[in-house]
Design a protein around this ligand. Structure first.
Ligand code: BGC
Length: 275
């Protein structure tokens, strides 16, 4: 596909699958089919980079490419990799993957990508104050958004509750691993959200990740004091947010960037005295 001004490619590396799609940045919607390949096991830097390159090649796209990674990413370098091979730690995504993409690249944490998607197009759009987006999947990812701006790499899925890492007990994968009923998993997720809201005191919690496909099974088991919404772009949040991040870094000029962030994230205040 040709290099269109408001389209970017998003790729989301997950513990089990690596998915990509072209995203229209003005609407935050996919404008291509989604393409998925299994994430190789063990998920080593070389093998995962090959899969990312194969996903990207499918789209024949020379514009900006955002890649969401399931660990801390600072300046294009992976600093943690809880659900991938440990050899990722200290590896440069920028050096490993960047040269294999046709367009300019951006690398960010996967939960942060989901947070951007929700802040700019989804359930956190226009929300003032602090929003936390929690993704329940292979791990627990958390994005913190303050007045529409992302606070990157918050890693709050790893807080310890009763000396056990929250992700170990309450990720979606923990339900399968420990063969929990929805009520049992819901109780664990509820304990986690209550611990989280006592640390961060958000105005809104948004729940996403693989588990958000069937909320009727578990949502009624959660009872935090903070208002809860479901993520809007459940399955594609990582792709959309990664594409959005790449477009903001490589394609938007200063004025567009301000409008994109402010215009989408924070709505102008309502007219105080309607005439
Ligand atoms: C990682 C996070 C990631 C989350 C979801 C956690 O294990 O530490 O960086 O966002 O899993 O993939």
């Amino acid at each position: 596909m040709s290099d269109q001004p408001d389209v970017a490619l998003g790729i989301d590396i997950g513990g089990t699958g690596t998915k990509g799609g072209l995203v229209d940045i003005s609407s935050g919607s996919l404008v291509s089919q989604r393409y998925r390949l299994d994430t190789p096991q063990p998920a080593t830097p070389t093998d995962v980079s090959d899969v990312v390159a194969a996903v990207a090649a499918r789209f024949d796209f020379a514009g900006p490419v955002g890649v969401a990674f399931p660990g801390v990413v600072l300046n294009g370098v992976a600093h943690t990799a809880a659900n991938l091979d440990d050899s990722w730690i200290g590896s440069s995504l920028h050096q490993l993957i960047g040269p294999r993409l046709d367009g300019p690249s951006t690398f960010l944490n996967d939960a942060d990508a989901a947070g951007l998607a929700e802040a700019h197009y989804g359930a956190a759009r226009g929300q003032q104050g602090v929003v936390v987006v929690v993704t329940f999947g292979t791990g627990i990812g958390v994005a913190v958004i303050n007045n529409g701006e992302l606070v990157a790499n918050s890693e709050l899925g790893h807080i310890e509750i009763d000396n056990v890492e929250a992700e170990r007990r309450a990720a979606a994968s923990a339900r399968e691993r420990d063969q929990l009923t929805w009520a049992e998993w819901g109780a664990r997720a509820d304990t986690y959200l209550k611990a989280l809201e006592n640390l961060v005191w958000p105005n809104l919690i948004i729940l996403g990740g693989g588990i958000s496909k069937n909320p009727e099974k578990w949502l009624h088991h959660l009872n935090p004091r903070t208002p809860v919404r479901l993520a809007q772009s459940t399955n594609n949040a990582g792709i959309i947010g990664a594409a959005d991040a790449a477009w903001m870094q490589h394609r938007a000029d200063a004025t567009q960037l301000i409008q994109h962030r402010a215009g989408r994230a924070i709505q102008p205040p309502a007219e105080p005295f309607p005439s």
